[in-house]
Structures are given as C-alpha cells and as structure tokens.
Design a protein around this ligand. Structure first.
Ligand code: FES
Length: 321
C-alpha cells in the first residue's frame, strides 16, 4: 500500500465570483483548529472527487500568512483542461467538505534580497498577493508589475492598488500596454531579487532577459505549474510494485499510480519540483517529456521520467516504482 500524504479536512467557507473567469475559494478546518503556518508563495493541492474521478490540483495560497483562520485560493476556469478547474467552478459550494494538503513552498521570498521585484501575468498574481502581505508586515521593499488581458478579467487590480499604491503597476494587454522589461531591470539596484509567475512565454521572456542583462541565476525566481496534458492511453509495468497499470487519455501517469495504490511521491504535480522523478528500467517507444525539471541531456537519455506531467507512446515501458 502506498503511504498516504497527510491531508487536512476542510470546509468551504466562501466561494466568490471574482470575475467571469476567476472564482475565489476560502477553506477553514472542519475541526475548528487554526491552519498550519505557511509563507508567501506556498501552494496546497486540492483533492477532488469528480463523479468517481479523483483530481488533485495544485493552487497557490493567496491569503495573508499572518492569518491562519483559513486559506484562500483563486482558480481560473479552463474550459479545455482536464476538469479540475471546472469541477471547482461548477461543483464546489459553500459548506462542502473537502481534503487539501499541508502547504509546501517552492516559490519563497529570498530573505537576503534588499528588494523584491515581482512580475505577474494573469492568474499568476496569486502567490504575490500572499508574499506582498508578508513583506508589508516585515517592512520589506517590493514593487509589482502585473500584466492582464483587460479590466474585465484582471483580478484584484483595484484591491492591490488601494493596499499598496504606487508599488503596483498594471498593464492591460488589450490597451497595448507592455512591461518595459529592459529598462525596468536596468533601473534596479544591486541586491534586488526578481520573481515571475504567469504563462510559460512570460516566464521564459523574463528569465532570459534578466540572464542576458547579467542578473545572477540565484536572484531570479519563477514558478509555473504545468497542467498534465491529455494524450493516448498507454500501459506501464511498475517493477517494484509488481503491477501493470493503464494510464487513461485524460489521466496523468502519477494519477494512474495513485489509483492503483502505488506509492508515488510528489510536491508540485506540475513538472517543476523534481519530487516525482522516476527511473526508467526499459522501454520500447518514446517518452513524451512535458516537465521543466529534467535537463535536455536527461530527457534524451531515456532513463528518467516525471510522472506528474510526462507520458509515453509505444509498446513497452517499465519503471522502477
Ligand atoms: S511532482 Fe513536482 S515534478 Fe512531478
């Protein structure tokens, strides 16, 4: 039997429609206790039973780390995804009981930074909301540059401006606004750390621009959880567990292992943390690497796979799990 990750039993205390695309959910502990402590940038995974299909998705906490009466997350509806966000938007109501994980932080503030320069795109704003609250209570120096499509779907713009004033800079894509990244980076003083969370293209643009401008790698921080892609079903033999499992078209390999009660470690479930890395014993076919954890050389070696997001196409795959 696999070792179950510890879970918190929570009640949905509030569901708020932030705009046509985004809903906010607040969870409190069902036993009335305080939530476990967390720091800005942490995420939880939310366990969902979608009519018999188990979905476990990661979401950044956006509440104030000083307030442990509950946790808040914001979820953008993805009409073409595998269903987790649709389940939250369509099925989850105030008063429902759910299970969530303890918080994990893969995107924490670097305490050595003299200043925190934050760049957010769309729903990537959420970890910064808790980080800014943390920095306010510690007296930390920060500024946020927030790019959104337009006023209708730009979440929390007014709230953030009223809380943090001139530290908040908002760019509306539909108005042709664009972050002037070169000059923004050039204007920062030594000791500033750069944080980016948003769509893949934005993260690579910010990271590569900063690297080319000579920013040290250790001062650039990013977070992106990839959604597991759908694909053709495939079969996998798990050597240590002595099981052969089939991964469904809209299921990840990690989810298929969990469904078969096979121990399968994870933290991010989005190809970013490395926790689920698994050795490939043998294969006859092609690994479809979708993570951004393994190096190009590791991917080409066919010796490792990240089951949270990666798939397989071929006749035979045997994993050391
Ligand atoms: S769980 Fe984080 S990379 Fe797979």
């Amino acid at each position: 039997m696999r070792a179950k990750s510890p879970r918190l039993s929570v009640t949905v205390a509030e569901v708020v429609e932030v705009n046509s695309l985004i809903k906010r959910f607040r969870f409190v502990r069902t036993d009335g206790q305080a939530m476990p402590p967390f720091s800005g940038g942490a995420h939880i995974v939310v366990d969902m039973d979608d009519h018999g299909t188990r979905r476990i998705n990661p979401y950044s906490l956006m509440s104030n780390p000083a307030d442990l009466s509950g946790y808040s997350i914001s979820v953008r509806r993805d009409d073409t995804g595998r269903g987790g966000s649709l389940f939250l938007h369509q099925q989850v109501r105030q008063g429902m009981q759910m299970q969530i994980s303890y918080p994990v932080n893969l995107f924490s503030l670097d305490q050595r930074a003299k200043k925190h320069l934050m760049i957010a795109g769309g729903i990537g704003i959420t970890p910064f909301i808790s980080q800014m609250a943390q920095l306010m209570s510690l007296g930390g120096r920060f500024e946020l540059h927030y790019s959104v499509r337009n006023r209708e779907v730009g979440a929390y713009v007014d709230e953030l401006k009223s809380l943090y004033g001139e530290r908040i800079h908002v760019y509306f894509d539909d108005d042709g606004d664009k972050i002037q990244l070169d000059s923004l980076l050039a204007s920062q003083f030594f000791g500033t750390h750069l944080y980016v969370c948003g769509p893949k293209g934005m993260i690579s643009w910010v990271r590569s621009t900063a690297e080319m401008a000579g920013w040290p790698a250790g001062s650039i921080h990013s977070e992106e959880f990839l959604a597991p892609p759908v694909g053709e079903p495939f079969t996998v033999e798990l050597l240590r567990s002595k099981k052969t499992i089939t991964v469904g078209a809209s299921q990840s390999l990690l989810e298929a292992m969990e469904a078969a009660d096979v121990e399968a470690p994870y933290l991010c479930r989005g190809g970013a943390c490395g926790q689920c890395e698994t050795d490939v014993v043998r294969l006859d076919g092609q690994l479809e690497h979708n993570d951004h954890w393994l190096t190009d050389e590791q991917k080409a070696s066919n010796q490792l796979i990240m089951p949270c997001v990666s798939r397989f196409r071929g006749k035979d795959l045997v994993l050391d799990r």
